[in-house]
Design a protein around this ligand. Structure first.
Ligand code: CTP
Length: 401
């Protein structure tokens, strides 16, 4: 299969490659996304030679004013060109020591470099020769895996994940984002290696988790994180939502799967990462507030108050921002029962005004969360809630006017 290389940047890189005698290849996400027809603003190049000198020379040829940032220890360099982020790395033969993320790096060939990449679909490379199109170098059948929509590793998955345990989350992220399956052997390796996620920094983990949350149907990724054992290590509060207690023949709903349903419902209507976080955390205090009462059965009194109090510490631990985004999530968790609790009998102007006052500019987001929270299987109950909900919406409009 030929790959189109008509962009200006490829012309310049080919010239510098010829002049310096350094073979250069475009690799990874850019090749994958172009084939999938997705847009991609990052281009990764592998140089078989000194990548930092190469990047500096390229930037000089394009515009001497361009600023090149580089990390000598890792042999990586990058600069911005128009709206693109261009990164250069030396072809590497690499292995990581067991207890650190610091690789022992040796210079390698393009094949060595492809072998040490995470997935076959990310291990495609195209040499930049100056031609406007070039053959895709695909030693691990990545093109076939793209076609068959499957995530596989170029080598033994235990080695791939041991080299960088974040790749376990990346596999799940790509699966959730692209709607690809994970090869069963790769999934088993994630289960076997899940505890190794603990050596990865929370900053890298949360980046992947947020990408899962922003995927079209985030429950797919969360369910895999849960079943593989990764979720309990990175986000134990969420795993505590799982399960159903039964007493006197009465059970409650499984709050883990309910939360995922609410998250999917929100995701159908909104791309807002923080509204999606509010969905994830709306019932987070249910395990801590769960009681059984002989008359009313299972109750979770005050879970919205305790839940909103838990938001800052969860955000802090997960290295999420402690700014107005956190305050937004906290507010939505606190108020998530309010719209639905305004029943047709008590939708007074003052009750609606109070809600409007407390929700402020976030009233629409709150209404979205509250509607997404209706996941009952009882159709009559759902109809009743939705009818009520429409009444609240109408009242909000009239009171606002
Ligand atoms: N890569 C890897 N192992 C990692 C991270 C990245 O092997 N833990 C390789 C893959 O070949 C990947 C490339 O580096 O395609 C670029 O990584 P990155 O920019 O993080 O991901 P993309 O694949 O470009 O995807 P996205 O932009 O969606 O993050």
């Amino acid at each position: 299969m030929k790959f189109d290389l008509t962009h200006d940047i490829f012309k310049t890189i080919a010239e510098v490659s010829n002049e310096m005698g350094i073979p250069v290849f475009v690799v990874g996400g850019f090749v994958r996304d172009r084939i999938l027809g997705r847009s991609c603003k990052d281009i990764d190049f592998v140089c078989v030679g000194d990548s930092i000198s190469f990047a500096k020379e390229c930037a000089r040829v394009i515009d001497p004013k361009i600023n090149v940032s580089y990390f000598k220890n890792f042999g990586t360099a990058m600069f911005r060109y128009e709206d693109l982020e261009i990164e250069f790395v030396g072809a590497r033969k690499e292995s990581y020591s067991t207890n650190s993320r610091k690789p022992d790096v040796e210079q390698g060939t393009i094949e060595d470099d492809q072998l040490r990449r995470d997935f076959t679909i990310n291990a495609l490379a195209v040499e930049i020769t100056g031609d406007t199109e070039s053959e895709i170098i695909d030693p691990f059948n990545g093109l076939q895996d793209l076609e068959q929509q499957i995530i596989k590793t170029p080598t033994d998955p235990d080695i791939t994940f041991s080299d960088d345990p974040l790749r376990m989350m990346r596999a799940i992220r790509f699966s959730s984002q692209l709607k690809f399956d994970i090869d069963p052997d790769v999934m088993k390796a994630i289960e076997r290696n899940s505890s190794r996620i603990q050596i990865v920094s929370m900053e890298r983990i949360i980046d992947e988790l947020n990408k899962i949350i922003l995927s079209p149907k985030p429950s797919v990724g969360f369910d895999m994180l849960f079943k593989s054992g990764v979720l309990k290590l990175i986000f134990p509060e969420m795993v505590q939502l799982y399960g159903v207690d039964v007493k006197n023949g009465i059970g409650h709903k499984d709050n883990f799967y309910h939360t995922l349903k609410v998250l999917d419902n929100v995701a159908e209507k909104s791309d807002d990462l923080w509204l999606r976080w509010a969905a994830i955390l709306h019932d987070i205090a249910k395990p801590a507030t769960k009681r059984f009462d002989d008359e009313s059965g299972w109750t979770f009194h005050g879970h919205e108050f305790l839940g909103s109090k838990m938001v800052p510490s969860i955000f802090r631990r997960l290295k999420l921002p402690l700014n107005d985004k956190m305050k937004f999530v906290k507010k939505l968790v606190l108020l998530h029962l309010r719209p639905i609790s305004l029943t047709s009998e008590n939708i007074t102007d003052s009750a609606v005004r109070r809600l409007l006052f407390e929700a402020g500019d976030d009233i629409d987001a709150l209404m979205q969360l509250c509607e997404a929270d209706i996941t009952s299987k009882n159709k009559q109950k759902v109809q009743r809630y939705l009818k009520n909900f429409e009444l609240v919406r109408e009242r909000l409009k009239t009171v606002e006017e």
